[in-house]
Design a protein around this ligand. Structure first.
Ligand SMILES: CCCCNC(=S)N1C[C@H](O)[C@@H](O)[C@@H](O)[C@H]1CO
Length: 631
């Protein structure tokens, strides 16, 4: 053990007893630790995102975290999860943040709150609402007046809700993070961070511990830290603990050592191999940090799911969308099942604090409901009156999702072919303006696709006047780095041969609204759709029912030999599937969304091509790591 490490250990073990004082939580700079009610306190925490777990299961996950020996949980607040539409804030049901805090409190868990306003988290646009992009020139995560106006309005709603939950006010929130890894962002705008510090102090008071988190490099710490905000770092199992905390000490010579995000696993993009981190490495490095008296938050402890359209994306060399599962190879699986990694972590924690006696609550029961054969409803192009009831907006040039004031999901761009295309003719996105994937049909016949960064040209044929339909999918906005101002739709013109395509009819698609209102089952339950080939390539809806069987247990939906699309069960949007690319091959189906005595409505939007068998399979185990190509 190096001298530096020994010194760090010695200093941090010197955290002595102080005068006890009820409901206080502060930093003891003399003894390099937190003081909770005047006594030394070390948090051993795990990240859990309520926005990725059905409310029904919040208590189950929190209990498992408590029984694992944790004394705190770390929570992000995704702004867009609560305010998807500007000015309409939702804190009910799965958005009931205060109920989540109550359950954590009831379970005996303290809370490290991370309200953003930006959170990264592989979440759509890092938690920022897409309606911010209605001002195309907005400079996100800076002192930009329009951005700060929206942030101030949001925090004026959120932070007063958090104030009573502060530990120093009798609640369970012990510390609050300002922004998120700001040092990783290009802007390095100290006025922005000062604005936020003022807002957080004005709503939360002078006594709560405010902190920042950054990667442990000089540049990140220089741009991410600010006077009055305690600087913490994040790192995983492949970083030297001593080196990392030495970096923190450069910015916080005194006070507790803190790793705010100790990566227990990692995220997956579509097309990746499923990321896994060895449990023995996690245990070893966790033990090393706890031996030094450091405070550690394990990111993630329970990952959950990117339901609906909530997944984010990364854009380094190219755009890479994050998968629906946020399993993260975390100690609790996506479905909340304890793993060997959790047991190994609990054994380490038991060396430093008493872990609750008794068993870890078991995995929730899973059930393999078997096969369901679906029926085709029809091609997207033929169903616009149902899924786009407001009808098209006419525009000479294409409009983006944000200009159309639809922020998530899918949008259909329609125009007429300007001339006969007797030979295959290139349809080109010369400025790489398809964000993110476009499914192209002529007169309802699928002819291929364009994809951001990878497929900028495809060939089509047809006759003058034929209907050209371009269905564009928003695959999740970039959540990290300088490209988070990620507009969606057709951001630039499409060229057909040498002609710029114009005179568009742009259909916003409210698929979720139609399905919540009972479509397509309410329409076709009695009279199945008349014609339609059983399958054909191209964007189309399929539907079926899983019969009730007296059980509403968790399950995993496998769409074997389907290509790419979206699934809804009983009106709930389960998220995206893409078995053609992987690594994820099944979608998590939380038992509470199933009905045990009524038929369960299944709706599938297949974007490229359904298999002839039209079957989907409910299994009792997930498949998150099969390599592409295997089904
Ligand atoms: C591939 C680039 C990932 C950037 N994100 C990083 S470093 N991370 C830090 C970030 O604070 C957290 O929200 C998560 O996004 C985490 C990765 O799971």
């Amino acid at each position: 053990m190096t001298a530096a490490l020994l010194l760090l250990i010695a200093v941090n073990l010197a955290c002595g007893n102080m005068v006890s004082a009820k409901n206080t939580f502060s930093i003891d700079y003399k003894n390099n630790c937190f003081l909770k009610d005047g006594k030394p306190f070390q948090y051993i925490s795990g990240s859990i995102h309520y926005s990725r777990i059905p409310q029904y299961y919040w208590k189950d996950r929190l209990m498992k975290m408590y029984m694992s020996g944790l004394n705190a949980v770390q929570v992000y607040v995704p702004w867009n999860f609560h305010e998807a539409v500007q000015g309409v804030q939702n804190f009910t049901g799965d958005q009931d943040l205060e109920y989540f805090l109550h359950l954590a409190n009831q379970t005996g868990l303290l809370v490290i709150m991370r309200p953003g306003p930006y959170i990264c988290a592989e979440w759509e646009m890092g938690g920022l609402p897409a309606w911010l992009l209605q001002k195309p020139s907005i400079r996100l995560r800076t002192a930009d007046t329009d951005y700060m106006q929206a942030v101030s309005t949001w925090l004026a709603v959120l932070l007063p809700k958090m104030r009573p939950w502060l530990y120093i006010n009798g609640g369970n929130i012990i510390t609050v993070q300002v922004e998120n890894e700001y040092g990783s962002y290009y802007a390095c705008d100290y006025n922005y961070m000062r604005h936020l510090r003022t807002l957080f102090r004005s709503f939360l008071g002078e006594d709560v511990v405010l902190f920042t988190t950054d990667g442990n490099t000089d540049k990140e710490m220089i741009c991410g830290t600010l006077e009055g905000l305690y600087a913490t770092i994040d790192f995983g199992t492949d970083t030297s603990v001593a080196e990392a905390f030495k970096r923190q000490r450069q910015f916080e010579p005194h006070g507790p050592l803190i790793n705010s995000e100790f990566y227990t696993g990692w995220l997956d993009h579509w097309g990746d191999q499923h990321a896994m981190v060895d449990a023995r490495k996690v245990s070893r490095v966790l033990g090393e940090m706890l031996t030094m008296g450091a405070n550690v938050n394990m990111y993630m402890f329970e990952g959950g799911t990117n339901f609906g359209y909530w997944n984010g994306a990364d854009h380094d060399s190219r755009f890479r969308s994050v998968v629906t599962s946020y399993d993260y190879d975390a100690p609790l699986t996506e479905a909340g099942d304890p793993t060997e990694k959790l047991l190994a972590i609990r054994d380490v924690v038991a060396q430093f604090r008493e872990v609750p006696s008794g068993p870890i609550p078991p995995a929730t029961p899973k059930f393999a409901y078997g096969f369901v054969t679906l029926k085709k409803v029809g091609n997207v192009s033929s169903l616009l009156d149902l899924i786009s009831p407001l009808g098209p907006v006419k525009s000479h040039y294409p409009l983006t999702f944000e200009e159309m004031k639809q922020y998530y999901g899918y949008m259909l761009y329609r125009t007429a072919l300007p001339r006969d295309l007797n030979e295959p003719t290139p349809l080109i996105s010369p400025l790489n303006g398809v964000h993110d994937r476009a499914y192209v049909s002529v007169n309802g016949t699928f002819q291929g696709l364009l994809e951001r960064d990878t497929t900028l040209v495809m060939n089509i044929t047809g006759k003058q006047g034929d209907t050209l339909d371009v269905l564009v999918e928003n695959m999740g906005r970039v959540n990290f780095g300088s490209k988070i101002n990620d507009h969606k739709g057709l951001l630039s013109d499409l060229i057909l041969g040498k002609d710029i395509l114009t005179d568009w009819q742009i259909y916003p698609l409210d698929i979720d609204g139609a399905i919540v209102r009972g479509w397509p089952h309410s329409v076709y339950q009695k009279t199945p759709p008349s014609t339609h080939t059983k399958t054909a390539a191209g964007p189309a809806f399929y539907y079926g029912t899983l019969p009730p069987n007296g059980l509403a247990w968790d399950s995993f939906l496998k769409l074997k030999e389907w290509t790419k699309g979206q699934v809804w069960i009983n009106g709930v949007n389960l998220g995206r599937y893409w078995p053609a690319r992987g690594p994820q091959r099944t979608l998590y189906v939380p038992g509470p969304l199933l009905r045990n005595s009524l038929p369960n409505n299944i709706t599938v939007l297949e974007l490229e091509g359904a298999p002839a068998h039209l079957q989907v399979l409910f299994m009792d185990r997930p498949q998150l790591s099969t390599t592409a190509g295997k089904s």
